[in-house]
Design a protein around this ligand. Structure first.
Ligand code: GDP
Ligand code: MG
Length: 179
């Protein structure tokens, strides 16, 4: 199926954005499991994006994993991440902005946060790699990004993902009710 048709058929679109290696693809795979993941084929590995479908409490949604396999210098990283964030703002209903609690807050995180704050999209700020309870305290530094609640989770072991999805699908319920 072509991407446009695929997205038209699924109004509830979640895009996952953030720096390389924060764990976006790990969360995408956990959300989508083996279900209907498709890969957008465009020129160049940096344009690689993955689309998948899933559901939570009976509410269906699509997930876009952005970033793909990014190669190059820091400048190219920065430019590509910005491009992915702009695309996500354009087409997603909800954006998961993922940061890495092991790395802590970086200047690139702050740059992305600025772009996202200017958009009118609903943003879920997710601090990934909270694999143990000690790290739950470390997520607090991300409150300074000014994006509201920080959802601590571990994409590897799945902890915290249920709470995140509970809150995300509330956005979709509201959308349906308003229509
Ligand atoms: P992406 O570049 O943002 O898509 O990141 P990936 O999903 O490819 O993950 C980058 C690295 O972080 C991989 O080695 C993952 O195994 C690791 N990773 C992802 N999620 C977690 C997590 O919750 N905890 C830990 N400790 N590592 C993680
Ligand atoms: Mg990835």
């Amino acid at each position: 199926m072509e991407i446009d048709h695929y997205l038209c058929a699924m109004p509830n679109i979640i895009a996952i954005v953030g720096r390389p290696n924060v764990g976006k693809s790990t969360l995408f795979n956990r959300l989508v499991k083996s279900r209907q993941a498709i890969v957008e084929e465009t020129a160049g590995v940096t344009r690689d994006r993955h689309y998948g479908k899933s559901d939570w409490n009976g509410i269906e949604f699509s997930v876009i994993d952005t970033g793909g396999y990014v190669e190059g210098t820091d400048d190219i990283f920065e430019e590509e991440i910005r491009r992915q964030v702009e695309l996500a703002i354009g087409e997603a209903d909800v954006i998961i902005f993922m940061v890495d609690v092991k790395d802590g807050l970086t200047s690139m995180d702050s740059d992305v946060a600025l772009m996202l704050r200017k958009s009118r999209k609903k943003i879920f700020l997710v601090a990934n790699k909270v694999d143990n309870t000690n790290r739950t305290f470390d997520i607090n530094e991300f409150y300074e990004l000014g994006l509201g609640q920080v959802y601590g989770l571990s994409s590897i072991n799945g902890s915290g993902t249920g709470e995140l999805l509970d809150d995300i699908v509330k956005e979709f319920k509201d959308t349906v009710a308003a229509d």
